[in-house]
Design a protein around this ligand. Structure first.
Ligand code: ATP
Length: 295
């Protein structure tokens, strides 16, 4: 984790001179009010309603009383210093944290007004509705076709081979990969470039017609050209899906998202329209982060 030592600046008047900025050292904890997020954390047409969410790893509280709405068909970016809880919070949205024994999630987390953590909920079905793309492209060691067809097969989405072919083609088209892949559908996916593999993983995620796609630093292993392709894809996909993206790149957040959420030490400090976050942030800590004072 990075060391965090933001400074909060105030101003002091000198008797005969101009106003001089004075640096007061205030630890971040003292300028964060638990459970309070400045800006616009709530929306009218919420796909996700998340209230007072706490996440613990054993006794350590990694997420502290976060409340947030995520709108239908919005792209929202989660940004903040390393270790501030972005991925942990993201993984709550499709219960990816379930696989971590010491992890416990508290609070109210709703998808379309239904409890995500309802013990009776079918987690496989949840993850089909809320798909995920990871930092490192992780295609199965199978053919390109079988990677995309995997989800539709296990969810019984195609009765005939021709239906499955159509799903595979449409998913590869949406992921901007059809032209590159159509003549080598039987080739092994691991032989593709990193950028192609990541778009294949996006095709695999959308093949089961999810409503939401979670992306955890999807471009961090990609070169700038492959990154640009994935970002273009995010813009296109946002017409049909809700997209939540964790990114270390503020430029990427600024390019792809409608709203940006700034996390700090497990708190959600600020959520606002992306343009506002990067031009006139409301919280001092957001400002310190985007101006590069820490993180
Ligand atoms: N499996 C785990 N077991 C125990 N602690 C964990 C686990 N995963 C994350 N943590 C801790 O929870 C806190 C939040 O981590 P998380 O990975 O969510 O942060 P992040 O903001 O996504 O970081 P980064 O930007 O570095 O990926 C950190 O203190 C981290 O060490």
């Amino acid at each position: 984790m990075n060391s965090i030592n933001p400074t909060i600046t105030s101003e002091a008047s000198q008797p005969d001179g101009p106003v001089v900025p004075v640096q007061e050292e205030k630890p971040a904890e003292t300028v964060i009010e638990e459970g309070k997020t400045v800006g616009k954390p709530y929306v009218e047409d919420a796909k996700f309603k998340l209230r007072d969410v706490d996440v613990f790893y054993g006794d350590t509280r990694a997420i502290k009383k976060i409340s947030l709405d995520i709108a239908r068909n919005e792209v929202i970016s989660f940004i903040g210093p390393s270790g501030c809880g972005k991925s942990t919070f993201l993984r709550c949205l499709n219960r990816m944290n379930d696989s971590i024994d010491i992890c416990s999630v508290r609070g109210s987390l709703q998808l379309d007004d239904h409890d995500i953590y309802d013990p009776k909920r079918d987690v496989v079905e949840l993850r089909a509705r809320v798909g995920m793309v990871f930092q490192k492209p992780n295609p199965f060691p199978k053919s390109i076709y079988d990677n995309v067809a995997y989800g539709p097969r296990i969810h019984g989405l195609a009765n005939r081979k021709s239906d499955l072919d159509e799903i595979v083609e449409n998913s590869l088209r949406k992921a901007g990969l059809w032209e590159e892949a159509k003549d080598r559908l039987d080739a092994t996916a691991t032989g593709m470039s990193g950028g192609q593999q990541q778009r294949l993983c996006i095709a695999r995620a959308i093949a089961v017609s999810p409503e939401v796609v979670l992306m955890d630093e999807p471009c961090s292993a990609l070169d700038p050209i492959a990154t640009a392709k994935v970002e273009e894809l995010i813009a296109e996909l946002s017409e049909s899906y809700t997209i939540v993206i964790v990114t270390h790149s503020m430029q990427q957040a600024a390019r792809v998202s409608h709203r940006t959420a700034y996390f700090h030490l497990g708190h959600l400090v600020e959520v606002n329209e992306t343009n506002k976050v990067f031009t006139s942030p409301e919280h001092k800590l957001t400002e310190s982060y985007i101006t590069g004072r820490f993180g």
